[in-house]
Design a protein around this ligand. Structure first.
Ligand SMILES: [Zn+2]
Ligand SMILES: [Zn+2]
Length: 245
């Protein structure tokens, strides 16, 4: 462990990313939460990461190719992790950002390294909240998560590049077409995107409508490559869409 990592470990002792319990060892989850946390089954669609049987792109990506090059989600949105994300997002537990980012970095490590092999290291960009919601919630959970991920991985961070310029309805309960409509024109890019690939970071990927809208705005502004990384993904019946974005 380097000096910075040691100091960080002292200042922020490892905590379970799902229940927040302090841990003796530097693992992402406490043993009971680890048992009930599922990594997304592989292989999935090469484009959006949806766990599908067939090789190559899934049906959705074949009919409507997404503006992002590839998306990866660390865990299935279920069990203790889904409850942890809910507490992080809606119940004021902003301190879960670091344990969640550590869990994300640990699981997504191979995917991130493969990405860095193919192209220069990406810049992390959070999928932003609208100002109104930020004022009500008091913090932007995706920004906190992305900041913590940058600290954990050493990847560069760009927080002001993407803005949500239109308040949108909560996505929960909307169909895929309604989600797309709801997010139309919701994002704006504030300046020229960096010359490096952009890695969008968010908490949950459900239908991918948010990821598509945000990466579409970045691509339209000139970003050459956009990737998407989320903590969790809704998979089949494991997700009733209750907590989804
Ligand atoms: Zn736990
Ligand atoms: Zn797909």
């Amino acid at each position: 462990m380097g000096l910075v990592a040691e100091l960080l470990a002292l200042a922020f002792p490892p905590a379970c990313a799902a229940c927040g319990e302090l841990l003796e060892r530097d693992t992402p989850f406490c043993p009971p939460c680890a048992l009930a946390t599922e990594p997304v089954p592989l292989p999935g669609c090469g484009r959006c990461g949806e766990p599908v049987e067939e090789t190559g792109p899934c049906g959705r990506c074949r009919t409507r190719p997404p503006p992002f090059s590839a998306a990866h989600a660390a865990f299935v949105h279920t069990g203790p992790l889904a409850r942890g994300i809910h507490r992080f997002k809606y119940e004021g537990h902003s301190g879960l950002a670091l344990p969640l980012a550590r869990a994300l970095a640990a699981e997504a490590g191979p995917w991130l390294r493969a990405l860095e092999h193919r192209a220069p290291a990406p810049v992390l960009v959070p999928v932003p909240l609208h100002r109104g919601r930020l004022l009500r919630r008091g913090y932007d959970q995706a920004a906190l998560l992305t900041r913590a991920l940058a600290r954990t991985t050493g990847l560069p961070l760009e927080t002001g590049l993407l803005r949500r310029i239109r308040a949108t309805r909560r996505q929960v309960g909307l169909t895929e077409a309604e989600r797309t409509e709801n997010l139309h024109g919701a994002f704006a890019v504030t300046g020229p995107p960096p010359d490096l690939p952009v890695l969008l970071v968010d908490d949950v990927l459900t239908t991918g409508a948010t990821a598509r809208a945000a990466s579409g705005a970045l691509r339209a502004a000139g970003a050459r490559r956009v990737y998407v990384l989320t903590l969790a993904r809704a998979v089949g019946e494991a997700n009733p869409g209750r907590f989804g974005l």
